[in-house]
Design a protein around this ligand. Structure first.
Ligand SMILES: Nc1ncnc2c1ncn2[C@@H]1O[C@H](CSCC[C@H]([NH3+])C(=O)O)[C@@H](O)[C@H]1O
Length: 339
């Protein structure tokens, strides 16, 4: 029999893990009913919030009490208030509003993957039919492009700064699996001498094209519709961006793609891979380490790879060197690779 190590036994830890979906349900309901926005607009009692949200007073009182327990609301007598987190990220009045992310994170496709976790563990890959989220032109990526864009502003800025430090001047940029397009557009915005080509499925590119127009960069923006594995890439490019794409695939598939990209890259160019990169122990830091579960739930063979693994994949594809750039407190990192 194994001798346990660490803290004494806690049934609460077990209940907390089993019931974690209660929190998911509570925040989802509060976002959908715009409870946080109502409080931000001065509704403080359950009756006032209920009237503003078109909900029952009893329902609002119970959900708000639970949100107080979770640390998202405050309570003074019968009056509810917003914590700084709720005011910044959950009030619809805030420019940093994150509530829209549930349209992707809690979408039926992603939830199905998690609902079938036991089967995914048995198989070692998603139990969603037809390769999960990797089915061609899967509509979940249109939801992603629309819902997750606000969360991408800061990482896009960080990727752009990292790339432009090593590649200033006139550059041709290819953004692989561009989604909303914000990564490439951040580079383009910061460097007026750059031109951007965004590659993704045709349905997803509609969102990137809208965003390019909104930012006023339509004249330096073109698209390639199709799969990164077989669409003609054009080029050569000075910078190829690979944000949040390689994690969907197994290492041999990543190596094949990296080889393909090398043939579209200038000899003095750079590939910038933005990813969740856990430490070699694979259990830290938490944000990067736990991303592997999302890949198990939703893809046949994706993973959260370590820097050593990315370095090896690019070396196997014939690249000369890779370096890791981390950002204080962020789960994502950038791997800069030279051919
Ligand atoms: N075979 C494929 N070829 C090109 N794009 C794909 C393929 N499979 C999935 N995608 C896209 O990969 C993206 C993954 S989400 C990442 C989007 C963006 N780069 C970001 O970092 O936020 C989605 O936009 C999908 O539509």
């Amino acid at each position: 029999m194994e001798t346990p190590v660490g803290p004494p036994p806690s049934p609460f830890l077990v209940f907390e893990a089993i019931n974690a979906y209660h929190r998911t349900a509570a925040i989802k309901a509060a976002i959908e009913l715009q409870v946080f926005t109502a409080i931000d607009n001065g509704r403080r009692s359950a009756a006032e919030i209920a009237a503003a949200c078109g909900a029952a007073e009893r329902g609002v009182r119970i959900i708000c009490d639970n949100l107080v327990v979770y640390g998202l609301l405050t309570k003074d007598g019968t009056q509810y208030g917003l914590t700084a987190t709720a005011k910044t990220f959950l009030s619809g009045n805030s420019p940093a509003y994150m509530g829209g992310a549930i349209q992707f994170l809690l979408s039926p496709t992603i939830m199905l993957g998690f609902d079938r976790m036991t089967e995914a563990v048995r198989r070692g890959g998603t139990a969603i039919p037809e390769s999960g989220t990797l089915a061609p032109e899967h509509n979940v990526w249109v939801d992603f492009a629309r819902a997750m864009a606000p969360m991408m502003m800061m990482p896009a800025q960080q990727l752009a700064e990292t790339v432009l430090k090593v590649k200033p001047g006139p550059i041709a940029v290819l953004d692989i699996a561009a989604g909303h397009g914000l990564y490439g557009l951040a580079v383009c915005k910061a460097n007026p001498a750059s031109r951007l080509t965004a590659l993704d499925w045709a349905n997803v590119l509609e969102v990137a094209t809208e965003n390019a127009a909104k930012i006023g960069l339509a004249d330096r923006f073109t698209t390639i519709a199709g799969s990164a594995f077989d669409a003609p890439l054009g080029g050569p490019y000075d910078v190829i961006l690979l944000p949040n794409f390689l994690h969907h695939f197994d290492p041999p598939t990543c190596v094949a793609l990296a080889k393909r990209l090398k043939s579209a890259l200038n000899p003095d160019g750079v590939v910038a891979t933005m990813e969740f990169v856990p430490n070699d122990d694979r259990v830290s830091p938490p944000g990067a380490a736990t991303f592997s579960l999302v890949m198990l739930a939703s893809t046949p063979s994706g993973d959260a790879y370590t820097f050593k693994e990315y370095e090896q994949m690019f070396a196997d594809a014939g690249y000369s060197s890779s370096e890791l750039h981390r950002f204080e407190g962020a789960p994502h990192a950038v791997v800069l690779t030279r051919p």
